[in-house]
Design a protein around this ligand. Structure first.
Ligand code: TPP
Ligand code: DXP
Ligand code: MG
Length: 625
């Protein structure tokens, strides 16, 4: 071992290394990543793919003066290691530990934060323009994957970058993979580029352009020669050059020597230039290298030798995504108008089975939430029954489409809002805690959340049998799953209740998995409460609310999402408007972003755990006595 990975203090430690030493360092970093992520879990494959690239970037550029921005940020682990954060990898994605993404508060080497895809290019343009306005001189280096590159935001940004012509080195990290296989027409275009004349064959011409420049000639002229040579050599590359962007590549992303040469040229280049780097996702760990399913993109703890991932579900449990996806498959058997869409999350949304059973009715739209939402709306308008599976936090990007297309035209799209509530280790960018607040505001929308696997099936069936936009939200974990013997529609807006009787001393209104958790704890501890399953957030069960108010019992609304605009807000609004007198005690996430950590820890810190709830219940019951 060249140097202990944990002793790296910053990029200056690698600046004097030879290529051989950088190669050895890369190999050590790779071993470190595998050993470390095997213990903590995390985004393995994407990071294994960018080891040499990130080493070369830090060798050539001078962070933090130069700004290296990783799109999404899930592939920034090597950057973290090279900027002195290796010792913190034991705490990766844990509460108060190292974030899984770039984080400004974590390091001066993180100039930007993300978690959602395709924002790096716009961020880079902002930095480049600000640099020029301030007459400063540094490089801006966005690193964008092939799937993130074709997200709508990236294309919008490239369009402006091509016209602004600010200095910027755009690293196009092309591993021909999204989480699972990449899709779309531009991916085909990139395949042609990938297999075009490799940059290694062109470097003679470029160094020729440099060497033929006469001594004393201005740097600008020299660079103009390089620029013309770059342009001249890339005849096949229509996509980037059509956007007025210069291009070098493709370069082997695991060949440090070629990478350094290319990056040095790009660094001196005037105007925006795209460096096309071909990498192998999962490089150096055979299980991850050979994976096309997305299993190794983000993993829990695993056994390095066997590749066994250690995240066993409880007996009879299925992930919520699978419960929903299985049900959609089942309903699609008898309804051939059911079509399924996902913006790049086939594996996360567990849609593999639907895609293989009904390939002609299944659409992976790529990282394109806005497009997927309008596409789904149009399918509904044309008489199909679309199911749009989308993570809560990524759905935020399509809010205008949910409003402008789906809600306004009142189109019967069924949306499966996956990863609702706190998701845990991915943290603030990924918690799905805003969708109740957001969808509640949209006319025509029906919004619900099942308490268990059985109710999920019935609600989904209900959703496909009505004529409005219908969203069913479900969290990241799992639940008991057994296929129902018979589908039955659930009346829209109806709630259910447990132990609404004379003995009850308080009422808890809650939803989702917490319904059974609260019931179970109240039963075990013999706490005399009524528990209401508020399975619809919109519309609400007004009759049940009126009956609650009549009891004059204390009422607690127990939410595990952002409080502002959520279920208790909805209840307060309707009670106010209908003159129902029912003061509420509200438990939920206060007005701030929640960081990363395990779910039990976050629930505790946010004071939305069962202990907090039952302490409150006890206090209210004693107060009433
Ligand atoms: C708006 C948004 N949609 C979906 C995702 C989920 N997501 C995270 S990484 C990723 C694939 C990224 O692929 P690429 O940019 O090629 O990077 P790679 O992992 O291949 O290096 C996706 C779909 C996200 N983070 N943000
Ligand atoms: C980086 C990113 O956005 C995804 O990889 C995300 O981490 C997936 O989350 P799940 O593990 O919940 O599917
Ligand atoms: Mg990729």
């Amino acid at each position: 071992m060249l140097m202990n990975i944990e002793e790296i203090k910053g990029p200056e430690d690698i600046k004097t290394m030879s290529v051989k030493e950088l190669e050895a360092l890369s190999s050590d970093i790779r071993k470190f990543l595998i050993a470390s992520i095997a213990k903590t879990g995390g985004h393995l494959s994407s990071n294994l793919g960018v080891v040499e690239l990130t080493v070369a970037l830090h060798y050539v550029f001078d962070s933090p003066r130069d700004k290296i921005i990783f799109d999404v940020g899930h592939q920034s682990y090597v950057h973290k290691i090279l900027t002195g954060r290796a010792p913190a990898f034991k705490t990766l994605r844990q509460f108060k530990g190292l974030s899984g993404f770039q984080k400004r508060a974590e390091s001066i080497h993180d100039p930007w934060e993300a978690g959602h895809s395709s924002t790096a290019l716009s961020a880079a343009l902002g930095m480049a323009v600000s640099r020029d306005l301030n007459h400063e001189d540094y490089c801006v280096v966005p690193v964008v994957g092939d799937a993130a590159m074709v997200g709508g935001l990236s294309i919008e940004a490239l369009n402006e970058i091509g016209s602004e012509q600010r200095n910027m080195v755009i690293i196009f990290n092309d591993n021909n993979m999204s989480i699972s296989q990449n899709v779309g027409a531009l991916n085909e275009t990139f395949t042609r580029l990938r297999t075009s004349k490799p940059y290694n064959d062109l470097k003679q011409d470029i160094s020729g352009a440099l060497s033929t420049s006469k001594a004393g000639e201005s740097v600008l002229n020299v660079m103009r020669n390089v620029k013309n040579t770059v342009k001249k050599n890339i005849s096949t590359n229509s996509f980037f050059t059509e956007l007025n962007l210069d291009y070098i590549g493709p370069v082997d992303g695991h060949d440090i020597k070629s990478l350094i040469k290319t990056l040095k040229i790009a660094k001196k280049h005037r105007g925006p230039i795209v460096v096309h780097v071909i990498t192998k996702k999962g490089k150096g760990y055979s299980f991850a290298e050979n994976d096309t399913s997305g299993k190794w993109h983000g993993v829990s703890q695993f056994n390095i030798e066997t590749g066994e991932v250690l995240n066993r579900l409880p007996e009879n449990h299925c992930s919520w995504s699978e419960i929903i996806a299985n049900t959609v498959c089942d309903l699609a058997k008898t309804n051939d108008h059911i079509v399924t869409l996902t913006p790049a999350m086939i594996s996360g949304s567990k849609l593999e089975k639907f895609f293989s059973l009904y390939p002609e009715r299944a659409f992976d739209c790529g990282i394109a939430e806005e497009h997927a939402a309008v596409f789904a709306a149009s399918l509904a308008n044309a008489g199909q029954r679309p199911f749009l599976a989308i993570y809560s936090s990524f759905m935020q990007r399509a809010y205008d489409q949910l409003n402008h297309e789906m809600a306004r035209m009142d189109l019967p799209v069924v949306i499966g809002i996956d990863r609702c509530g706190l998701v845990g280790e991915d943290g603030a960018t990924h918690h799905g805690i805003f969708d109740i607040q957001l969808l509640r505001a949209l006319p025509n929308f029906i919004l619900c959340e099942p308490k268990d696997g059985e109710e999920a099936q019935q609600l989904l069936y209900t959703g496909f049998n009505q004529q409005h936009p219908f969203a069913i939200r479900y969290p990241r974990g799992s639940n008991v799953y057994q296929k129902v013997s018979e589908y039955q529609s659930i009346p829209i807006g109806s709630w259910t209740r447990w132990r609404f009787n004379q003995e009850s001393k308080a009422i808890v209104i809650t939803y989702g998995c917490d319904v059974d958790r609260v019931i179970s704890k109240a039963s075990i501890n013999e706490i005399p409460i009524t528990v209401i399953n508020a399975r619809f957030f919109k519309p609400l069960d007004i009759e049940m609310l009126k009956e609650c108010a009549q009891t004059k019992l204390p009422v607690i609304v127990y939410e595990t999402d952002i409080l502002s605009g959520g279920l208790s807000s909805a209840i307060l609004e309707i009670c106010n408007d209908l003159g129902i007198n029912m003061p509420l005690v509200r438990i939920g996430i206060k007005d701030h972003f929640v960081e990363h950590g395990s779910l039990p820890q976050l629930r505790k810190v946010e004071k939305i755990d069962l202990t907090t709830l039952f302490n409150k219940i006890t206090e209210l019951i004693h107060h009433a006595d």
